[in-house]
Design a protein around this ligand. Structure first.
Ligand code: GDP
Length: 360
């Protein structure tokens, strides 16, 4: 019976929330991703500076496994979590200023030893401007003098293992940072004390080195988004897709890394992408993803897919992508649709707005 409305609960058909990581340089953004993923991108990078954009998908089974100590019965309604790295990459400037709602939620990383720094404030202003929800990861708690390592432990449990001196130092630093946020006009509180999420932003103490607080961070991200963003996260067939990066890959020629926010992409789909001279009309030759839990930019073989459903980070191989522009939208021409011209026009408009911002 087609008149039956979709059921709520398990069959709500939500897409994965998309999360980005922001914050001052050296606060541990890359290390935090590495820790969640179990990879080591940070040490492989010159100076530890993130050079490229990546997107990592964490399936809900993985999140369930990582958070089981917190709440065995944690109900995960979303398929997973898609995390976008936020590097000092220029294409990100386009993404940032697009305000396209690419990210549903952000992790704002603050170093507990340094507090709020210039780029923390910059990130805060961007988040405010975009009206993006965020969670603060108060990172490097293991640097508190005398910290006792409790590998991958929930933070409250880890805190109970600490001496009074460590807990005092933690509380002093936390209070100072809450005051700094207040000076920026924001109420914050440690997440386990936060009774007014939505008005008061949550702080999750973490260590990207020994993993304390990481289960808390993952669970909070998923629970908060699936609780408060049901409308935004409802899966839709309407393709919404943004180009993150244009890259030459051995064996695939010029490829584009995209974030598919909504809808499905298929091998053989006709697509329209913004180009430097004119819009590029081409056909998807291959839809590639890294192996689960590895980031797009980690070298290695890719998995091929006939079709991929949102939300996901995808590498697309197709002819003629050499002059594609990062930060713009990708359109899919539906068979029997209005014709490709409308998409070309949309892509041209998209380009003008992105290029306009680059010029500024
Ligand atoms: P990013 O610039 O924000 O991406 O910072 P990185 O992830 O490159 O980290 C900067 C430095 O801080 C590196 O030397 C990391 O090993 C170190 N680091 C990151 N997270 C932690 C942490 O939780 N504890 C400690 N002790 N060091 C950390």
């Amino acid at each position: 019976n087609s008149a039956v409305p979709p059921k709520v609960g398990k069959e709500e058909n939500l897409r994965s929330p998309i999360c980005c990581i922001m914050g001052h340089v050296d606060t541990g953004k890359t290390k935090l991703l590495d820790c969640i993923r179990g990879t080591n991108v940070q040490e492989g990078e010159a100076g530890g500076i993130t050079q490229q954009i990546g997107a990592t998908y964490f399936p809900s089974e993985n999140i369930r496994e990582r958070t089981k100590e917190l709440k065995a019965d944690a109900k995960l309604k979303v398929p997973g979590l898609l995390v976008i790295d936020t590097p000092g990459h220029e294409s990100f400037t386009n993404l940032r200023s697009r305000g396209s709602g690419l990210c549903d939620i952000a992790i704002l990383v603050v170093d507990i030893m340094h507090g709020l720094e210039p780029q923390t404030i910059e990130s805060l202003n961007l988040l405010k401007m975009r009206n993006t929800e965020f969670i603060v990861a108060l990172n490097k708690v293991d640097r508190l003098y005398g910290w006792k390592t409790c590998r991958d432990s929930p933070i409250v449990k880890a805190m109970k293992q600490q001496s009074k001196d460590v807990r005092d130092e933690f509380n002093t630093r936390l209070a100072r940072i809450i005051t700094q946020f207040k000076e920026q006009g924001l109420n914050t509180e440690s997440y386990y004390k936060n009774k007014a999420m939505g008005e008061t932003y949550s702080i999750v103490p973490t260590s990207a080195i020994s993993g304390e607080g990481i289960p808390d961070l993952l669970l909070l991200l998923v629970q908060w988004t699936q609780k408060t963003m049901v409308g935004k996260l409802r899966y839709s067939d309407e393709v919404q897709c943004t180009v993150l990066e244009v890259k030459v890959v051995e064996g695939h020629g010029t490829t584009i890394d995209v974030v598919l926010v909504n809808g499905v992409l298929h091998e053989g789909d006709q697509i329209v992408v913004c180009g430097m001279q004119r819009a590029i009309v081409t056909t998807i030759r291959a839809l590639l993803t890294p192996h689960p839990m590895k980031e797009l930019r980690v070298k290695g073989t890719y998995l091929h897919h006939k079709e991929i459903k949102a939300a996901m980070g995808i590498k697309i191989s197709a002819q003629g992508l050499e002059n594609a522009i990062a930060g713009t939208m990708l359109y899919v021409v539906k068979p029997g649709d209005v014709g490709v011209e409308d998409y070309i026009k949309a892509a041209e408009e998209d380009k003008n707005s992105v290029m306009g911002r680059i010029d500024k």
